[in-house]
Design a protein around this ligand. Structure first.
Ligand code: CA
Length: 246
């Protein structure tokens, strides 16, 4: 099995759905709670917010939300305890929002089943990005090994990709490159990163391998550097795969 597939599997990357989510915010600070609810709603998310841990646990385990943002310092129950109660019955992704930046606390909540964490103070943009990331990862459990970006469908396990339903003719390495970029959609990936992650050459230097494969990939996708659609290159920096439909 190509290493990229093993690693995508290890990271739990699969069906990618990045869009609106129903988000449960468990946060006792009214100002933070209302501001987050407003900001995330403005981004099109469905937001439920509660100020007590027990309300939050009930709501989380009832299956009403796709992702939970959990404050750790809550008046009725410690957030870490609430997390354990949620985890006893639910796999819903949980992003812990904490003012406690001590490493030991962060490790303990990750061990207790948190999917990610943000340290206060954090922006709504930052939180929204973390939410997208945990949802991408959690989607893997539902539909393994398939990544969708707009009209692009990458079947990582089957080593096949289609664009608007049409199969793409790719070499094995170009496929691995596409799968890696798709798994990191929206993120600008440097050539060094691609050499390390796709070619397994962390000290690859300045050779043209990556450029050549990007240009093959671009051709397979039916686009040009002058008029990019999915593949956006930034000269001297790297390349990102974007969803042109979003
Ligand atoms: Ca608090």
């Amino acid at each position: 099995m190509p290493s990229i597939i093993r690693r995508l599997r290890r990271y739990g990357l699969g069906m990618v759905s990045v869009g609106m989510a129903s988000i449960l915010i468990i946060e006792d600070d009214q100002r933070i709670r209302e501001e987050l609810a407003t900001r995330l709603s403005e981004r099109g998310h469905d937001v439920i917010s509660v100020g007590l841990a027990m309300e939050g646990v009930q709501s989380a385990v009832s299956g009403d939300c796709e992702v939970v943002v959990l404050d750790l310092g809550l008046p009725d129950l410690d957030g870490a305890e609430a997390l354990r109660m949620i985890r006893a019955v639910s796999d819903v992704p949980v992003v812990v929002a904490t003012a406690r930046d001590e490493e030991a606390d962060i490790i303990s909540v990750l061990d207790a089943g948190a999917d990610d964490y943000v340290v206060k103070p954090y922006s709504a943009d930052h939180l929204a990005a973390r939410i997208r990331a945990v949802m991408r990862r959690s989607g893997a459990a539902a539909d393994d090994d398939t990544i969708e970006v707009g009209g692009l469908h990458v079947d990582v396990a089957g080593h096949e990709a289609t664009l608007d339903g049409q199969p793409l003719d790719l070499t094995a390495r170009a496929f691995d490159l596409l799968a890696y970029l798709a798994a990191n959609q929206g993120k600008l990936c440097s050539k060094r990163e691609l050499l390390a992650e796709v070619w397994r050459q962390p000290y690859g230097g300045a050779d043209k391998t990556v450029d050549v494969h990007i240009s093959w990939l671009r051709k397979a996708l039916g686009e040009t550097a002058a008029e990019p659609v999915y593949l956006q290159t930034k000269r001297g920096v790297g390349v990102r795969l974007v969803d042109p439909t979003s």
